[in-house]
Design a protein around this ligand. Structure first.
Ligand code: CA
Length: 232
């Protein structure tokens, strides 16, 4: 389930946003202050953040800048929420690294459309769309993986891992990044856990001749590469 962090000090607005996101199948965490938002980010990296501009203490803008300058949260999808509609603020927000903007008051329809658009662009694994690579098809809505008519027997963690690889192909992911993005909680799990699940994933893909899709990059991590599968 995709996780959205809502950072908003006005409780009524935060609740309304949370309600709508939950209705659409998202897991929602609400933070009412900048400090709370930061400790949430430190704990579990969400799939997307809805970030209010005007917060008591540190501003949303300052938080966005800080997250963008930290390697772990650099690619975090961020939508800024603001009551101001002036052009100069939009520019400042986008400069700070926001992916999109919502001006209050906004409709539920607009909120959901923006959330989906940003996820599609920056975190497609957080959406339910089916993915296909090298003849391998993964469908999050049915939780099925198959190649042509042959279904792949796969465990829940390997499924999530494969989903992440397939939505971020040809890029090297370190073990720490995979723990953050696939397990969602990097603090309590050892990095070698990733190796165990990658091994299981390859074993699961072997009956459909697709275990070569997952490549080990020495000293760096793992990558899903289509080239290797095509050559094999
Ligand atoms: Ca506010």
């Amino acid at each position: 389930m995709s996780r959205v962090l809502v950072v908003e000090d006005e409780v009524a607005i935060a609740e309304l946003i949370a309600l709508n996101l939950r209705h659409s199948g998202f897991e929602v965490v609400v933070a009412n202050s900048a400090d709370q938002a930061q400790s949430e980010i430190d704990r579990v990296l969400p799939d997307l953040v809805l970030l209010d501009w005007m917060l008591p203490g540190q501003s949303g803008l300052a938080l966005a800048k800080r997250w963008r300058s930290t390697p772990r949260s650099r690619d975090l999808p961020i939508i800024m929420l603001t009551a101001r509609a002036e052009e100069v603020d939009k520019v400042a927000g986008l400069d700070a690294g926001a992916d999109d903007y919502l001006t209050k008051p906004f409709s539920t329809h607009e909120l959901m459309a923006r959330v989906r658009a940003v996820l599609r662009r920056k975190a497609p694994q957080a959406l339910d769309s089916a993915v296909e690579i090298a003849g391998l098809r993964l469908d999050p809505s049915t939780r099925r993986v198959c190649r042509e008519d042959q279904e792949v027997k796969i465990g829940p963690t390997e499924f999530k891992l494969l989903h992440f690889f397939m939505t971020h192909p040809e890029r090297v992911h370190s073990r720490a990044q995979l723990l953050d993005r696939v397990w969602g909680d990097h603090v309590f799990i050892e990095e070698r856990t990733v190796d165990v699940h990658v091994k299981r994933l390859r074993e699961a893909l072997a009956p459909v001749q697709r275990s070569q899709l997952i490549e080990t990059v020495r000293g760096a991590g793992y990558r899903l590469t289509q080239q290797v599968a095509n050559a094999a």
